[in-house]
Design a protein around this ligand. Structure first.
Ligand code: 5GP
Length: 198
């Protein structure tokens, strides 16, 4: 049996909307290639700069329905009352077979499903330094219209209350510090990192 620090496992990263999960994910992808991300499927159309198979598998609602029916998802959810997102079982299983540490960056509903189906996973809540900070992030992001921002803020308020359901809270006060804390929680080595090139 491998020692706990090197045993492949699943870590679920969730948190309120706009806390900076995707910025943190991007930072980790760039600087810490030892982390293996699970690429989710979504019915949301790609944003500028996003690539199919890298950021998400961008699929049609019909294809999403087929995958649900085939029980291909470890978890899936309709996020912000609009688009559907899901983690493919095959993606996670393949990574674990290859001995990789898998990171799932998903919403709270999905995290709860994983908790039920894979209780041995580690659950990490990414929290903002303050609620005001979260509102500021949401307002300055600029990728959503007013209605969408309002909807996401409502979701965020509910999501913030879920912190106690998680094993660990990481405060997203600084992206590299938060990344290192997450990697340490995953039992990964961060000594090869180059924080100067963030
Ligand atoms: P965005 O559309 O901004 O990329 O993501 C919106 C939300 O969907 C984020 O909170 C993100 O964590 C969540 N999300 C992304 N992939 C998945 C997934 O596979 N399952 C679930 N449940 N949520 C996801």
């Amino acid at each position: 049996m491998q020692p706990p620090s090197t045993r492949p496992r699943v870590t679920v990263l969730a948190g309120p909307t706009s806390v900076g999960k995707s910025t943190l994910s991007r930072h980790i992808r760039t600087h810490y290639p030892q982390v293996h991300f699970s690429v989710s499927a979504t019915t949301r159309p790609p944003r500028p700069g996003e690539h199919d198979g890298v950021d998400y598998h961008f699929i049609s609602p019909e294809r999403f329905d087929e995958l649900i029916k085939a029980e291909a998802f470890l978890e899936w959810a309709t996020v912000h009352g609009r688009h559907r997102y899901g983690t493919l079982r095959s993606t996670v299983e393949q990574a674990l077979t290859e001995g990789k540490h898998v990171l799932l960056e998903i919403d709270l509903q999905g995290a709860r499903q994983v908790r039920q189906r894979m209780p041995e996973a580690q659950f990490v809540f990414l929290a903002p330094p303050s609620f005001e900070d979260l509102v500021a992030r949401l307002t300055h992001r600029g990728t959503e219209d007013e209605e969408e921002r309002r909807r996401r803020l409502e979701t965020a308020k509910i999501e913030l209350q879920a912190e106690s359901e998680f094993d660990v809270t990481i405060i997203n006060d600084d992206v590299d510090r938060a990344a290192r804390e997450l990697l340490a929680r995953m039992g990964l080595d961060v000594t090869n990192a180059d924080p100067a090139t963030t």
